[in-house]
Write a new protein. Sequence first.
Length: 339
Amino acid sequence: MAKDLQRKHFREPNLGFTKTGRQHFVPRFYLGNFADCGLVSVCDLKTGEQFEASTRDVGVMIGFNDLEVAGRTVSTEEWLAEIEGAAAPIIGRLATEPAEVLGLSDGEENALSRFIAAQKFRVPAFREFDRRTTASMVGQIKEFTRGWLEKTHRRREAEMIWREWDSKPDWWWLQQDAPVEEAYVPTVMLGEVQGFANLVRAMPWRAGWVDSTSSLYTSDNPVSGYLPPARPWWSGGALFEHAFYFPLSTSALLRIGSLGSEAPLEAGAERCCETFSAWETAFARHVVTGEAIRFLYGPGPYVSRECARSCLHRLDDARLRDAMMLQGFDPRPPRLCPD
């Protein structure tokens, strides 16, 4: 493991041919932990509709992981199936008995960490994040470019050039030859999955039963991340600074705690089994809803999107105020210019 941690790039081969057209971004074996007789309850956060469906028919899209390369269709589908196959029995054991987290071998921990890391990149939530990031980058490039035009050209000439450039697609602004397929960036990130798995292994893990008066559900973004608001301003919210909530079943939860900016990146972090309190269970349910793109899977009652966003915002604001007023820790970046 120490040797793996020293590698700068993994670039794991993950493309191949597949005959699978219906491709699950939430694995069927995992959805089964929230189903009853093969049917899972579904909540559509966009419409408010609730219904039951087969695990075959949810968390799935046609050709979701496919790419066109040299005129042929390739996919990460078969590679992802191998990752699922290695992790499925481990997740099954933890869902049945969370204390199993204390006895996982190095190989089992690595297999589960690879699944968790891959799950962050194979979902619609990551593609939505990528779209927002791209739009933000293009917006900043456009703003800078327009300012440069206005400073280096006469007004009418600058306006004529800008009208032409402003109509260009995003891929032109990013100096790409053509639009990038939606599956391209996730495929690249999945090629680095072992590096992200090493970070997951370095974090503290806590598995346990949830409060007996409540139950869990999962979503179309099963590994839900929560970024604590009070953290060093220069960190930017890296992956290892998040806390991840991964529902194992309706009654078992795996929480992977934030590593912190100064913690050593090495395997063998704290592992514990402890029942989650009613408050902790409620918080996990809010994070799951807050990180979902559209669908929740599993038995209700569900936390609404409005409630999740409102409650988490108020908690974040309270934690930020506590850090600044009582702990003397100000996570805000310093001012560039004095008043």
